[in-house]
Design a binder for this molecule. Sequence first.
Ligand code: NDP
Length: 452
Amino acid sequence: MNQLTQQIYQHVCQLDPDQKEFQQAVYTFLLSMDKIVDELPEIGYHKVIERMVEPERAIIFRVPWIDDEGRLQINRGFRVQQSSALGPYKGGLRFHPSVNLSIMKFLAFEQVFKNSLTGLPMGGGKGGSDFNPKGKSEAEVMRFCQSFMTELYRHIGPDTDVPAGDIGVGGREVGYMFGQYKRITDTFTGVLTGKGQSFGGSLIRPEATGYGLVYFCNEILQGEGKKLEGKTCLVSGSGNVAQYTVEKLNQFGARVVTLSDSSGMIYDEEGITPEKLEYVKQLKNVKRGRIREYAEKYKGVTYIPRTGEGANPIWDIKADYAFPCATQNEINEEDAANLIKNGIQLVGEGANMPCAAAAEKLFIDKGVLLAPAKAANAGGVAVSGLEMSQNSMRLKWTSAEVDQKLQQIMRGIYENASAAADKYSEHNNFVDGANIAGFLKVADAMIAQGYV
Ligand code: NDP
């Protein structure tokens, strides 16, 4: 690291020594900044990076709710409003027991550059709660969402901050939160994205992150004269991003052989066909079941339970391309070494920061094509941005129109990241390319807007 980025990193670590995920996100970002800070002295002069690593605002609040036994439960709610340089804060809400300020800050930080890459006028933010929707009744989820929004509503608005879904927050939760916002404020606005189709949701929003990931990776592969057709792919997770990644990979003629959840993974050598994927959607989205049940339903499928730390067996299966779509740090250095040993050629990050810093370095050093989350999973927020436009204009585009715009946006992100990599770093270093291309636009706006 050079002197400036080293100082910034040390300051971030000293200020919040326990925020490991946030430190990791800042660290990998600063490695890319090393490539430009000497060439662009105004970045240092205006303390652009120093300002960027500090959220504009971070709100922490109590969320009391009553469970089905009539007992009071209390969770912690968060909204980190990282940057409004390019537009209203925009980013998802995560409901998962692991949620804490470090995870919220890492996600909000990454969101700023991701949103910048889409080319749409959106700032960056993230929020959520340590509430665990798993095993809760419909009524409990609704009461929790209503209580969460009863505090959050005063900090958001269609021109201020527009949340969406993330882990544990899908159409159901967005619907309950939207209903409560509408009730409290007596306004019907596009204050949340990922809404139901009947009340302002955009077509293709549920599909957008997974589809966008595959579109982006396809651009990279085409640039190398490679393709998806006929290739074997690993996908982790079995939620929203994983499901639509599999759907689009199938459409491109690839064969996906794995899925997982936090309890374990399935290996289906024959491939997860569109029919089997429909079963997964029902299992996970309607029945809220476990991926283990897939192996009970289909013959010849292996289920491997997850046993704590160490190497994850999903990354030790021979394949051409890997798509981590579950959660942060799901590929450690050992997993990366296993993937490389088995000849992996591309890793497309559907989840946010799924690769530990050492894993990321190993992929780059060994010439594996790495599609970083900031760029590769930006399709979700891009279509959220399109949902905001449709809500403001009070109209609705067709699936084909939205899908076409999504493809255009993902191609644009590829071209910008690729050009920035060639100019400031090295050919095909999409990590540097995405960080630098996303950063430069935000930096320009921050300098123009003065010291705020
Ligand atoms: P979902 O809640 O729909 O699915 C998450 C999946 O990941 C589930 O299968 C879940 O398993 C699994 N998972 C969660 N935590 C862990 C863990 N600690 N270990 C192993 N598996 C785990 O979330 P999404 O699909 O929406 O999000 C997945 C990732 O994609 C996240 O990193 C998110 O930030 C990112 N992302 C999502 C976007 C979106 O539009 N939804 C946009 C951009 C990024 P289980 O059921 O056991 O919890």
